[in-house]
Design a protein around this ligand. Sequence first.
Ligand code: EPZ
Length: 420
Amino acid sequence: MEKLVINGKTPLKGDVTISGAKNAAVAILPATLLIDGICTIDNVPNISDVKIYCDILQDLGAKITWNNEHEITVDTRNINSYNSPLEKTSKFRASYYLIGSLLGRFGHAQVGMPGGCNLGARPIDQHIKGFEALGAKVDVSQGKITATAEDLIGTSVYLDMVSVGATINVMLAAVLAEGTTIIDNVAKEPHIVDVANFLNTMGADIRGAGTDVIKINGVKKLHGNATYSIVPDQIEAGTFMLAAVATKGDVTIRNCITKHLEPIIAKIIEMGAEVDDIDGDNIRVWCTKRPKKINIKTLPYPGFPTDLQPQMGVILSMADGTSIINESIWESRFQYTEELNKMGAKISAHGKTAVFDGVEGLVGAPVYASDLRAGAALIIAGICAEGTTEVYNLSHIDRGYENIEEKFKKLGANIERVVE
Ligand code: EPZ
């Protein structure tokens, strides 16, 4: 069993370089199945979700070569299976993209149900609605999803709610369909645009990604024969921005896209911390006084991202006054508040709302990560706290953050990964 041992309390100072976006990488990797050719992907984050995906693609017959730590070449000319078993797909959420890409290329997919962070119910009805609209038959039983289609015919799909996964999955299924597909009420996250850009680089014809409507003109084949660099991770960048405020430090975040960080910048300024957008790719965040109380409502992009809600919660647990977070995306994303209360916070969470009565400071304690972003939040809390904090359940954190303790150590944190 591994744990992170953190001795606070340290103001983080220095520079940190952001890796490629997890939620783009875990969509672009399965998207390579649509290519009857070879492609190269750069700025791939070194995280366990990516490693599992490479494993799954190789099981399906893909050939994957790691050219260096962050660049892979993928050959999907000889895919020889459309089945991906539950024991692998259940390890993470994004395995559901295998359905859209296998269905889109071969008209057949049999994929074990996805797993992923325990955030409450995580249905995939909108994904299925899109596949059926394109002409597929979809069966969900015995822990797997089976989708088959004689032909996929372009159509109009209105998503009943804004869904990152459904937007990407329907896009994947439509790229090689006959005719034009219009997907309405789509998600606009940076990783959606990145997947569309990747597919267009490989020969697709997708327009409107990043707006409310995506239009896809089906093409016969994706040629590959190109290199694509994954977008910097908006959520990792936001994690370090919020860590700078929480620890009253001074951190420059490098290799990010500040346009994607506007909701976080706005809230950091509202709390009374400082931000300097250096040149659109690098941003400095510093904080010299106790943050003011603020309220947060998580929303689809360009609203405040739910994936930064726990990290923001750490700041609010020590802010001057009472703050409220309304989590509008997930049913249960406040498990981390019980862990912060073990560290001296005063948070009461009920359903989709949590009330934070700011305390002067936190005290170290053994805490357990319930999901990926809660884990990142508990690391930040440990760096802010007096004394020693031990963070358990690191497998959640390693799914989405590359070398997280090394990056925090470089910023001055007293943090070690220990095998018990
Ligand atoms: C993606 O999850 C991300 N995961 C999540 O990040 C992120 O929290 C979420 O988008 C919202 O931004 C990946 O990209 C791998 P949704 P996803 O479909 O696609 C409901 C992280 O920490 N819904 O946008 O599963 C759903 O229940 C992870 O990196 C349906 O009802 O999220 C939720 O309430 C955690 N039916 C809302 O929509 C559906 O068919 C948004 O979910 C699909 C979704």
